[in-house]
Write a protein that binds this ligand. Structure first.
Ligand code: AMP
Ligand code: ZN
Length: 493
């Protein structure tokens, strides 16, 4: 196969200009990192007071797609992700459970890391736990105090936003109408409620605190990320990202902290993922309309379907989550896996056809152009599915030669470097999480739909796929009987 034409490794796509939408400018701009060939990125991670829900994972999957894409373009990526393991909710919940903050959050950190692995999220280069960086935060607050950006009140230290002229530049919040000198010490407040925010909070009676040169207490949320970003990535970052709800106040406050301390532009590109919705409402813990990964897994959904669904909608578009969309994602993954199996396993006539190599090159260009355009994953996927359709047709017509497999597989490899769903390892992953892969009972229409998929596979003589579907159904308690006239009957075991 190696003698057959393959796409040149002198990547014809590297010249595609990468463009990202920058919340700071409100524009989609060419992406040029500070140091050629290197991207320094900060990712706001979870607050580990509970299991993360799939809304959170929409943002984390986006951050993984971003990272994988940059790597696929040859950048060395240095990504830092925080774990917020101290905040109001964690303090309350650990006290209610009668355990230390550490013990309480350890469990959810482990669950979060396990969930990330199940979704094939690559580990960032640095995972920084807030409680292990208290000294860095205190030092940053001291720097801000030296420069006149803070004041204290009742043992807490606040940031005086009136002293930072750029306040509001990211979220475009109207600073003119804000009451200066009014203080909040909760980390999350409403958009129209901008106030001086707490950098360091004095302990309430009975609360856990750290004894430090700026007094006893604990850090505010925003100073955690600013301190850890500056520590691991230096004064200037290329990309800072999170969900769109972090724009204000969290990222606005991080900017105020970091830029007041360093006098330099903190991050050059601010990327924000839109919400995952349920019935057109933001999925959130407080609304109670959330699903964790584990819940979905135990209802029979596969990690690959969830990853695919979350990655398939471009990150700046809202994603309305429905069970049907998850089913659709599952069959898309199945189609791609079957296609890859067919390319690898089926025997074709010797030789190669330039038309297929050209078709593969076209798909590769379109795939790349989609991602280069602010990570338009929908466009990138359309390129892949068009290729699958055309190549399947060529195979069915006997127009596909053995030597054509390599260039097409190469495109699938590029696809999978970003989407990471081709390996058929869902059952393994669920087993690692201690979840049975069998899932719930399938409904009649669900079985019918799967049987129809198998019939289609048989029709295109894809017997590997047809057998796999039969085995999957058997594992879920459905027995198929093929009759001579080609019809299929099914029954439950
Ligand atoms: P948190 O653990 O609340 O700090 O959130 C972790 C990440 O999930 C942040 O980047 C949030 O912006 C993001 N996030 C929260 N809810 C959603 C949602 N419904 N859709 C997309 N991202 C979300
Ligand atoms: Zn953050």
């Amino acid at each position: 196969m190696s003698a057959q034409p393959t796409l040149s490794s002198g990547d014809r796509t590297t010249k595609t200009e990468i463009r990202f939408h920058n919340t700071m400018s409100g524009q989609t701009e060419p992406f040029v990192p500070l140091v050629a060939g290197e991207v320094r990125a900060y990712t706001c991670g979870p607050t580990v007071y509970d299991f993360a829900h799939i809304g959170n994972f929409r943002t984390f999957v986006f951050q993984d797609v971003l990272r994988r894409y940059l790597k696929s373009k040859g950048f060395r990526v240095i990504q830092v992700m925080n774990l917020t393991d101290v905040d109001d909710r964690i303090i309350q919940k650990s006290a209610a459970a009668g355990v230390s903050i550490r013990e309480y959050t350890d469990k959810y950190i482990q669950a979060y890391l396990d969930d990330r692995r199940a979704l094939n999220l690559e580990p960032p280069e640095h995972i920084a736990r807030a409680t292990e960086h208290i000294d860095d935060m205190v030092k940053l607050i001291q720097r801000l105090t030296e420069k006149g950006f803070t004041y204290t009140s009742e043992g807490s230290t606040y940031y005086r936003i009136a002293n930072f002229p750029g306040y509001g530049k990211l979220s475009k919040i109207d600073v003119a109408g804000m009451q200066t000198g009014a203080r909040v010490d909760t980390d999350r407040y409403d958009k129209d409620n901008a106030r001086d925010f707490a950098l360091w909070k004095a302990p309430k009676p009975g609360e856990h605190f750290w004894e430090t040169p700026i007094g006893p207490g604990r850090p505010g949320w925003h100073i955690e990320c600013a301190a850890m970003a500056l520590k691991y990535l230096g004064d200037k970052l290329d990309i800072h990202s999170g969900g769109v709800d972090l724009t204000f106040p969290h990222h606005e406050n991080e900017i105020a902290e970091a830029e007041a301390a360093t006098g330099k532009t903190f991050a050059r590109y601010w990327l924000h993922a839109e919400f995952l919705l349920v019935d057109h409402e933001k999925m959130s813990k407080s609304m109670g309309n959330f699903a964790t990964l584990r819940e979905l897994f135990s209802h029979g959904h596969k990690p690959s379907s969830i990853r695919f669904l979350l990655a398939s909608v471009p990150y700046r578009r809202q994603l309305n989550f429905t069970p049907e969309s998850l089913q659709g994602a599952a069959s898309s993954v199945e189609r791609l896996r079957n296609f890859a199996t067919r390319l690898r396993a089926e025997k074709f006539l010797e030789g190669s056809s330039p038309a297929i190599a050209e078709r593969a090159a076209k798909a590769r260009d379109e795939f790349d152009r989609g991602l280069a355009d602010d990570l338009n994953t929908a466009q990138a996927l359309a390129a892949i599915f068009d290729l699958v359709r055309d190549v399947n047709t060529a195979m069915d017509r006997g127009e596909f030669r053995q030597g054509d497999a390599a260039p097409v597989l190469k495109v699938l490899e590029l696809f999978d470097a970003i989407f990471a769903v081709l390996r058929d390892d869902d059952a393994e992953k669920l087993k690692e999480l201690g979840i049975s892969a069998s899932g719930p009972t399938l409904s009649g229409p669900e079985v019918e739909a799967i049987v129809a998929e198998r019939q289609a596979a048989r029709k295109r003589r894809d017997f590997a796929a047809s057998d796999r579907i039969r085995d999957d159904l058997a594992a879920r308690g459905i027995i198929l009987e093929d009759s001579r006239d080609g019809a299929v009957r099914w029954k439950r075991k």
